[in-house]
Write a protein that binds this ligand. Structure first.
Ligand code: NAD
Length: 256
């Protein structure tokens, strides 16, 4: 017997909803697009209004390091989407180099930690009730720099190391209703995923690609695929973990 079609309102309410911070450009934008392609209703929170408007997604201008801004964003997203199943804490100051530690200002240190680490705490705090009620999931975007370093990257490394630890703490506190995982990308070329006036296509050298055991530099979609998997039901037995997506670079012996 033919099934009666569900009323439109019911179908809409049943669609899974995701919020991606820093979703206007780069890895966040690639993740937002992939999730939308897999049937999520997607909202993005970003500081850059120009990029946010260009993205085509429901966009909330938000500084993730400021609690009133985060509180308002979480409320606006919930109101617009009606539910929240997935949170991707991706916003961060992407340039890892902050200069020699002797010259690193406290203001610069604090700003990097505020955006990359405190931002994930604040957004999680204000989305937790909605995620609990939908039995949702969180993915935090850290970096291989949580695990290894080059000089003059103290604030970035500390931010990302903090995110890995925050991930397992949240997984224990928010479980079993909410799973929380972390992804740690290596070198991902985001130059083609910027707002239009900054977008470019960089040709990397053969050596840059081939130093990776996987044979190439990463693409934003490489990270997005992993994030989407971790948010989905197929990852239902995975929580509190950090997953490296770096083409194998952190598995390479590099002694000179
Ligand atoms: P990106 O600069 O292309 O995008 C970051 C987005 O975050 C931008 O749209 C920016 O406006 C937004 N943003 C910055 N500060 C914000 C704030 N206070 N509140 C809200 N939004 C803010 O960077 P990306 O390369 O796509 O990096 C995304 C995440 O991935 C970052 O956390 C970065 O540390 C991490 N990551 C990137 C790489 C890489 O090679 N690209 C490697 C490892 C980790």
């Amino acid at each position: 017997m033919a099934q009666k079609a569900a009323p439109k309102a019911v179908m809409r309410a049943a669609r899974r909803a995701a919020l991606v911070t820093g979703g206007a450009q780069g890895i966040g934008l690639a993740t937002a697009r992939l999730l939308a392609g897999r049937g999520y209703e997607v909202a993005i929170a970003d500081l850059d209004a120009e990029a946010g408007r260009e993205s085509g997604f429901f966009f909330v201008r938000c500084d993730v390091s400021k609690e009133p801004s985060v509180r308002a964003c979480a409320g606006a997203v919930r109101k617009r989407l009606g539910r929240l199943d997935a949170l991707v804490n991706n916003a961060g100051i992407a340039d890892p180099v902050s200069g020699p530690v002797e010259k690193l200002s406290l203001a610069d240190w604090n700003r990097r930690i505020a955006v990359g680490l405190t931002g994930a705490f604040l957004m999680t705090k204000h989305c937790a009730a909605h995620l609990r009620s939908s039995r949702g999931a969180i993915v935090n975007v850290a970096s291989t720099r949580a695990l290894q370093s080059e000089p003059d990257t103290e604030a970035y490394a500390a931010t990302k190391g903090g995110l890995v630890a925050l991930t397992h703490a949240l997984a224990i506190s928010l479980g079993p209703q909410v799973r929380v995982n972390c992804v740690s990308p290596g070198w991902i070329d985001v130059s083609a995923w910027k707002k239009s006036k900054n977008r470019k296509s960089i040709r990397h050298s053969k050596a840059d690609h081939l130093q990776h055991p996987a044979g190439r530099i990463g693409r934003p979609q490489d990270v997005a695929e992993l994030v989407a998997f971790l948010l989905g039901e197929e990852a239902g037995f995975i929580t509190g973990q950090n997953f490296v997506v770096d083409g194998g670079m952190t598995r390479k012996m590099i002694y000179v």
